[in-house]
Design a protein around this ligand. Structure first.
Ligand code: SF4
Length: 269
């Protein structure tokens, strides 16, 4: 079934004239069809984004992954919760910071992150606790300065993304008695101006079985796309989702609070 879903992707890209394929997961590069899918999508002129955890570049069997991504002009988006080793290792595990820095340097050597190279490399920051994300432009300036001064690293953009009150983060808030305060913070800072640009208005999220969701967060919550039956990727060969109702719930305040939040960072600055 998974094979069938992956085979469907290029067909849907062509049929619906979709310009961007955004691949995410624990490590999408580990899927045995990853290279094949990226090759087919880019041959169609589709822009591919790889949400890369960086340390994957040093896993056995992944030799040449950086060169492959560069030769297909795949955009790399990678999480780096801080520009200091102590904070990253605390959040992600011992040694993750050093490996991430080595991976960013390897990607820089291939041309990633350099203006004019056509190889875009962006980093993602989430706050470490129940607070609104800081100003994206100011934090991007700090990241650029610190990573260049200490490690010679350059990158294109920093995406600042709010923590959604769901899954592991939501459970941690509940166990610490902070859930209600965080929801109040998100609701109190919600801005209607962000509604025009929330990502569910122009993307669709597809799970490993091909079922469709309004966004990655609804997918994690198993809030299926509204519609008859359970809308599936193969349905997009027949019709598009233009005008479909978006399934919203309280977690959506995570997208609309403050400067707004999406898979591409702040909605305005
Ligand atoms: S969480 Fe809600 S507002 Fe945010 S992208 Fe998903 S459906 Fe849209």
């Amino acid at each position: 079934m998974v094979e069938e879903v992956i085979e469907l992707i290029p067909q849907v890209l062509v049929t619906r004239k979709i310009g961007t394929l955004d691949l995410t997961g624990g490590a999408p590069e580990l899927h045995h069809k990853f290279l094949d899918l990226v090759g087919k999508a880019t041959a169609l002129g589709v822009h591919v984004i790889d949400r890369c955890n960086l340390t994957i570049l040093f896993e056995p069997g992944q030799d040449g992954l950086g060169e492959f991504l560069a030769s297909h002009k795949v955009e790399v988006v990678a999480s780096l919760p801080c520009y200091s080793s102590a904070n990253v290792d605390k959040q992600r595990g011992e040694g993750v910071f050093d490996k991430s820095i080595a991976a960013l340097q390897q990607l820089n050597a291939l041309g990633y992150g350099h203006e004019g190279s056509g190889l875009t490399m962006s980093l993602v920051y989430n706050p470490q606790g129940p607070s609104l994300p800081p100003d994206q432009a100011a934090l991007q300036a700090d990241y650029k300065r610190e990573l260049f001064e200490h490690f010679g690293i350059v990158f294109n953009h920093l995406f600042v993304i709010a923590n959604m009150p769901i899954q592991r983060f939501g459970s941690a808030l509940i166990s610490r008695g902070q859930f209600n305060d965080y929801m109040r913070l998100l609701k109190g800072n919600s801005s209607a101006a962000n509604l025009d640009n929330v990502m569910c208005r122009n993307l669709v999220s597809v799970d490993w079985q091909g079922y469709l969701y309004d966004c990655d967060f609804n997918q994690q919550l198993e809030l299926a796309l509204p519609g008859k039956g359970r809308p599936h990727l193969r349905d997009l060969l027949q019709s598009d989702l233009q005008g479909n109702i978006i399934r919203v719930a309280d977690h959506c305040y995570g997208c609309t609070a403050g400067q707004g939040s999406s898979c591409g960072g702040a909605l305005h600055n």
